[in-house]
Design a protein around this ligand. Structure first.
Ligand SMILES: NC(=O)c1ccc[n+]([C@@H]2O[C@H](COP(=O)([O-])OP(=O)(O)OC[C@H]3O[C@@H](n4cnc5c(N)ncnc54)[C@H](OP(=O)(O)O)[C@@H]3O)[C@@H](O)[C@H]2O)c1
Length: 315
């Protein structure tokens, strides 16, 4: 792929209270894309989002054929495009490496090249799975050493994005992202739902990561856009914890026995592929921009626990 537009861009810095830049969201049917589109639509109800197949309020856009012309000009006037569509299931990527490559590398690069040619800055999501998980505490510029198909697709996307966009891109490298709504089936909700039924939760002691609340991720993306940031940013909590420790803390917050937490190793999952174990990241660049950091994991755990606590009838 060739770099089609290398003219210097004007970086726009917005004031704190200004509306976000006009942004189109590819993959707005997914967890991250859905929340980002909602944030953009709060100030611009006409913000465009896409899903693989057309859905209410979303245009159809499939990475199998990532031609911007399919949008009939809906991208016009946008300064940024969030590319949140991806094959995100790790096991599925292993079973269908070719499909993972098309969806996570070929499609996003082809789209990013077209966006760049229209002077729209792509915002692309990567993952802590670009690391091998041996040492943990990976900085923004740490060497990428993925150990499974999903991680390899994300690492290749990171490496090749400058080939099509020069330096006019944002890579947001995420750890596990969770919501805090009862029933949203994200990390803590799934644990809390089991605890509430008295069911055990298997949680790995050797999976150490920095999960982040979706609202903090959205805020970070908007803030990076506001200051015109470019390049690659680790975006996750500053607190590294094992899955087991988080489960024990959630059990305490829900006043259920810690015995419901079954400590396991990731190796006990018996998966046919390797998962990186210590994928904690350090967000030095982000904390320069957001010195207050993210909401504490303890506050997040208390929040989800409060939604599952059994309310006693008052006589
Ligand atoms: N959420 C996390 O914890 C996390 C952590 C690290 C990195 N990330 C990265 O952040 C980004 C967003 O993740 P997410 O959690 O929002 O993922 P998600 O909920 O799985 O959503 C991904 C979306 O991509 C769509 N998609 C898949 N294949 C497509 C294709 N060929 N064409 C068009 N759309 C397609 C899916 O549509 P269908 O539903 O139709 O398949 C889905 O709506 C991804 O790049 C992911 O790798 C997420």
């Amino acid at each position: 792929m060739s770099t089609s537009n290398n003219a210097p861009r004007l970086r726009i810095y917005r004031s704190m209270n200004a509306a976000p830049a006009k942004t189109i969201v590819f993959g707005a049917g997914g967890f991250v894309g859905r929340h980002l589109l909602a944030a953009y639509r709060r100030s611009d109800p006409s913000a465009v989002g896409t899903a693989r197949t057309s859905a209410a309020g979303l245009a159809a856009f499939d990475f199998a054929d990532p031609s911007l012309s399919r949008l009939d000009g809906a991208e016009q006037g946008a300064e940024y495009a969030v590319i949140a569509a991806a094959m995100t299931n790790i096991g599925r990527c292993e079973q269908d490496p070719q499909g993972a490559y098309v969806t996570n590398v070929v499609g996003p690069l082809a789209l990013a090249e077209q966006l760049h040619a229209r002077r729209i800055t792509p915002i692309v999501f990567s993952s802590d799975y670009v690391f091998d998980g041996i040492t943990g505490s990976y900085g923004d510029g740490a060497a990428l050493r993925p150990c499974n198909v999903y991680g390899r697709t994300k690492a290749e996307l990171e490496h090749r994005l400058p080939e099509v966009c020069g330096d006019d891109y944002l890579v947001i490298r995420l750890s596990k992202v969770f919501g805090l709504r009862r029933g949203d089936k994200t990390l803590f909700d799934e644990m809390a739902a089991r605890f509430a039924q008295g069911l055990p939760v298997r949680a790995a002691i050797d999976q150490v990561f920095c999960p982040a609340w979706i609202d903090d991720v959205v805020h970070a993306v908007l803030e990076l856009q506001r200051i015109g940031a470019r390049g690659t940013y680790n975006v996750c909590s500053s607190e590294a914890s094992s899955r087991r420790d988080l489960a024990v803390r959630l059990a305490a917050a829900m006043h259920v026995s810690a015995d419901l937490v079954e400590p396991i190793s990731l190796d006990d999952l018996g998966e046919s592929f390797v998962r990186p174990k210590r994928t904690s990241m350090v967000c030095n660049k982000l904390w320069n921009i957001l010195p207050a950091g993210f909401r504490s994991l303890e506050s997040c755990l208390q929040d989800i626990a409060s939604q599952y606590l059994v309310r006693k009838e008052v006589a």
